[in-house]
Write a protein that binds this ligand. Structure first.
Ligand SMILES: *Cc1c(COP(=O)(O)O)cnc(C)c1O
Length: 483
């Protein structure tokens, strides 16, 4: 039995180290599995009690504790209060359960602790990431000159793309080198355009990029929660006439709340008319590419200059795992900077690829392994069944809800989210969500046309129509109990 770990306890070829690692992992796995007694999503503990319990754990003991002691606190306080995203009662966010084999791949990532910045820190990992990136480029219809990088998530993928396009636009239009000189005097005129229901990471990016929230123009949506193309054209053309510089149009393929997909082809035409780049934020909808039945819903995604993919949403991989793809490799040169100790220019000439040159991050995890392992384990077909189940569950739930007078559901789902409200007003809907939470059913809440709406995000492939029927019944009972 493991007691204390000595200072030399890192993995090596010594059998003591191997045995210790095995014992640690076995103990941990036993504790995890023991903690899962039912399929509830959450213990329901209130935040004040949980804070007290955590405060009782302490911070940094002077001497290390025995492993069993640590495990005890994990078993007692941490594991029982973890959120369990695989629960059929959990559907508030684009937050998925993780495929079993992808959990196992996290072990390889952690044990070898390779870092994706330079080839000498991640030889086979660099080659696998490159190979996955090139496979993804062709999966999304890009040609040989495309490239990409894994990132920490959709927010970073979006920001990477926005920076790349800003720098290129400014170089081409204004003959100015942002990397060297910072923003040009005309920077206050730069504008990017996206849906009023696009992800907030574009405002955040605009701030970090020195352009400010005002540079993000929000375009109105139509009845299907897609960018209204006619109004978009009017707004952008008026801005261009007034001397603004439209450098980027962003289509969303799967808005966070509704899963609605903008008309990429029409936005491409507008972008071309004004010399803007086109980014598609497919953090949510990218999974649909696996489905022969539904991939057309992504429209002409290959016409985008860049694409954000999240693997920790529809692809059901552990957080975090995302990629940004660019149609032209040189777009990512904005992140290239040479450091004498890391990515010497002569390395590249001799075939050593240092991925730091196309990433915002330096030290970076081998997240590509999770994609590699799950793609191999499931195949395109396996993923197709997972994605089709999610989309068809949403269609089923929407059909049930929209044919029931107790509910309103304003937007027909294209992916796996259903936004709805119970008739009875905003306050009732807010109270229902809180009440369901305290009873262990976690659903989402958002706003649509100034009204509080509730939301189901159905990523879990284990959800069945029976679960959804029960859910509707539970919501109606809860509403009745509050009335
Ligand atoms: C989730 C989401 C993001 C942000 O991705 P993270 O991985 O959470 O950083 C961006 N865009 C859309 C449309 C999303 O749904």
């Amino acid at each position: 039995m493991l007691t204390t770990l000595d200072d030399k306890a890192v993995l090596s070829s010594r059998s003591e180290d191997k045995d210790a690692l095995k014992a640690l992992i076995t103990d941990t796995l036993d504790a995890i599995l023991d903690s899962i007694e039912d399929d509830s999503a959450f213990s329901g503990i209130d935040p004040y009690r949980l804070r007290d319990a955590v405060a009782g754990l302490g911070f940094l003991p002077e001497e290390g504790m025995e492993w069993q002691d640590t495990m005890e606190s994990i078993r007692k306080t941490i594991l029982p209060n973890m959120l369990r995203p695989w629960s059929p009662s959990y559907m508030p966010h684009l937050h998925s359960p993780a495929l079993l084999e992808s959990i196992a791949s996290e072990l390889i990532i952690a044990v070898f602790n390779n870092s994706m910045d330079s080839w000498d820190q991640s030889p086979v990992a660099t080659e696998i990431e490159e190979s996955m990136i090139h496979g993804l480029c062709s999966l999304f219809g890009y040609e040989a000159d495309a490239d990409g990088t894994f990132t920490s998530g959709g927010s970073q993928s979006n920001m990477s793309a926005a920076i790349a396009h800003r720098d290129r636009y400014i170089a081409e239009r204004l003959g100015w080198d942002v990397k060297k000189e910072g923003l040009p005097p005309e920077a206050r005129k730069l504008r990017m355009y996206t849906s009023e229901i696009a992800h907030f990471s574009f405002q955040k990016s605009a701030h970090v990029m020195g352009l400010g929230y005002d540079s993000v123009v929000l375009l109105p949506i139509d009845r299907n929660a897609r960018i209204n193309i006619r109004k978009a054209e009017e707004i952008i053309s008026k801005d261009a006439e007034e001397g603004y510089l439209p450098f980027l149009i962003i289509a969303t393929a799967g808005t966070t709340d509704f899963g609605s997909i903008d008309d990429i082809s029409s936005l491409r035409n507008i972008a071309d008319r004004y010399g803007a780049y086109l980014h598609v934020d497919a953090a949510y909808g990218s999974g649909a590419i696996m489905s022969s039945r539904y991939k057309d819903r992504l429209g002409d995604i290959h016409k985008a200059d860049s694409i954000t993919i999240d693997f920790h949403k529809m692809f059901l991989l552990p957080i975090s795992c995302s990629a940004v793809l660019v149609k032209e490799r040189k777009a990512l040169d904005c992140f290239l900077i040479h450091a004498d100790y890391l990515n010497r220019e002569e390395d590249e000439e001799d075939g050593y690829i240092n991925l730091v040159g196309k990433s915002m991050q330096t030290t970076r995890r081998f997240d590509a392994l999770k994609v590699y392992i799950s793609f191999r384990t499931r195949g395109r077909r396996g993923y197709e069944r997972i994605i089709d189940t999610a989309i068809e569950n949403a269609a089923y739930l929407y059909q049930r809800i929209s044919s029931d007078d107790a509910f309103v559901a304003p937007v027909r789902p294209e992916l796996s989210s259903v936004v709805f409200a119970l008739r009875g007003g905003d306050e009732l809907n807010k109270r229902i969500r809180r009440e369901l939470l305290s009873r262990g059913t976690v659903i989402g809440q958002t706003v649509y046309q100034d009204h509080v709406m509730l939301k189901f995000t159905l990523l879990n492939p284990a959800l069945t129509h029976e679960h959804l029927d029960t859910l509707i019944a539970t919501i109606k009972e809860t509403a009745a109990s509050l009335a």
